[in-house]
Design a protein around this ligand. Structure first.
Ligand SMILES: *Cc1c(COP(=O)(O)O)cnc(C)c1O
Length: 477
């Protein structure tokens, strides 16, 4: 018997069918203004059960971490304990309003204050802000802070940001958006920053460097202190992209390596589920030299009570009110639950899982930089003549796995960027590796299975360019 649900029918409307039973009207009926009634809208007429089934089936067509393995490189699609959701849903947190003022928000501000201190401690920073709503937003805060620092000293010609070619794509985008000139620093044969190239580009127009460490190659930058030294010596500052803190939290403090300002993604490492474009927080931590420039307001403590205050030379607000507060409650719950020991184990498990999976995948796929990786690694999809990474990604869907990040980082041809995360079991990693091995075999014996994939999804292989350029946004076509 085929138990597979039927493909979604979208036209379910039936004339005269209704989903609600309203009580009899006990006020005089007033017709709606004619201008508001738009006949062309053709609102569907449906009963409640049909609506419930429609949306439930639709939700089941989605990939989610709660249903399937999701090793999407650089995105940390890990499992986030449900207790953090429960904490954020407590009526006291959920129902509070920023306009009630500091006096009536002591608990909420204390939570923000404690979270700031905990996250600062993890990175070795002295001050921080919870304003930015995303990682890239945190980057923007950091670049503005670096620029404000130089301007405050009357040093106006520093308009260049150096960015290694192994950086996350948001790094050059953010710097460009902030009005900086971006200069790309190439990687050396080991996948690290080429120090000679870096030195060659350091001069008195450099505002700073923006560096992703671990890089998007999943490699720890071993020369981090040297790099920071070179940039500091020429008068620049160091921005660290810490979106992937789950590789190093509790093990190394970026500020000790010379980072002056850094964001972490609370919606990756610190327990807010993401991927659907929901709310996030790009916490920004600062070393003493940049602390006065942080975006605000930030939570401060004065003699046992809490208040929101603007840092001394703040770059200003980046968001209305106080950031995405629910994300902060989840992160604080998570930090308390793990503690210092647990934070270190989180990172160690992320790195261990990635290295375990890398050894299994490496038997069938090239790995560009085969040295020990951090939380992720980059394999290559050119396993057979005429087979591309896209084919492998689509075939993985047939086996029930979300494809890894593909064709990124740009410096690895046919890249497959795999981030197993710390929350997956050995059984899941083994199952994924076995499927990767099977697909590498199919690529040689039955390439059409890869070229035609996916086979079992509601829609097959899409024209992704057309889908992005000419999207069909209405179900009526
Ligand atoms: C995810 C990520 C970002 C951007 O974070 P958003 O919240 O998506 O803006 C930046 N850098 C790295 C390394 C990342 O993995």
């Amino acid at each position: 018997m085929n138990l597979k649900p039927e493909p979604l029918a979208f036209e379910l409307s039936s004339p005269g069918r209704v989903g609600v039973a309203l009580p009899a009207c006990d006020v005089p009926a007033t017709p709606l203004p004619k201008a508001m009634l738009r006949a062309e809208l053709k609102l569907p007429e449906l009963d409640e059960l049909t609506v419930v089934r429609h949306f439930t089936l639709l939700s089941q067509k989605n990939f989610s971490i709660d249903s399937q393995y999701y090793p999407l490189g650089s995105c940390t699609m890990k499992y986030n304990p449900k207790v953090n959701e429960q904490a954020a849903a407590q009526p006291g947190w959920r129902g509070t309003h920023p306009l009630v003022g500091d006096a009536y928000s002591q608990g909420a501000i204390e939570l923000m204050y404690r979270l700031q201190r905990s996250l600062e401690k993890i990175g070795g920073f002295v001050a921080s802000s919870l304003q930015p709503a995303a990682g890239a937003h945190g980057e923007l805060a950091g670049v503005f802070m670096i620029r404000a620092y130089h301007v405050s000293r009357g040093d106006l010609k520093r308009t260049t940001m150096l960015i290694p070619d192994s950086a996350h794509g948001t790094n050059p985008a953010t710097c460009t958006m902030a009005g900086m000139n971006v200069v790309t620093i190439p990687s050396n044969a080991e996948g690290g920053v080429d120090l000679d190239q870096l030195k060659a580009h350091c001069n008195d127009t450099v505002a700073g460097i923006m560096i992703t460490n671990p890089s998007t190659l999943g490699l720890f930058e071993r020369n981090m202190e040297k790099i920071a030294g070179i940039v500091h010596d020429c008068g620049g500052l160091v921005y660290g992209d810490g979106a992937n803190m789950n590789a190093i939290a509790g093990i190394v403090r970026p500020a000790d390596l010379g980072v002056d300002v850094m964001h972490y993604n609370l919606h990756k490492t610190f327990s807010t589920p993401h991927g659907g474009g929901g709310p996030g927080v790009g916490f920004v931590g600062a070393a003493p030299i940049l602390a006065p420039f942080l975006p605000g307001p930030v939570a401060v403590e004065k003699g046992g009570s809490y208040a929101m205050a603007m840092p001394e030379k703040s770059i200003g607000r980046l968001k209305s009110f106080y950031g995405n507060f629910g994300v902060l409650v989840r992160a604080y719950t998570y930090v308390l639950m793990l503690g210092e020991e647990g934070m270190r184990r989180m990172s160690e498990s992320a790195v261990l899982n990635a290295n375990y999976l890398k050894v299994l995948v490496e038997k069938h796929y090239k790995v560009k930089f085969p040295r020990r990786c951090m939380h992720e690694f980059v394999a290559m999809g050119d396993v057979a003549e005429g087979i591309h990474t896209l084919d492998i990604a689509k075939r993985l869907i047939d086996y029930g796995f979300h494809p890894p990040t593909i064709y990124f980082p740009l410096i690895v041809p046919e890249a497959i960027m795999i981030e197993p995360t710390e929350t997956e079991s050995k059984e899941t990693l083994d199952a994924f590796a076995a499927v990767m091995a099977k697909i590498a075999e199919e690529a040689k014996t039955h390439p059409e299975l890869l070229h035609d994939a996916p086979h079992d999804t509601p829609v097959g292989r899409l024209d992704e360019v057309a889908a992005a350029r000419c999207p069909v946004l209405c179900y009526r076509g």
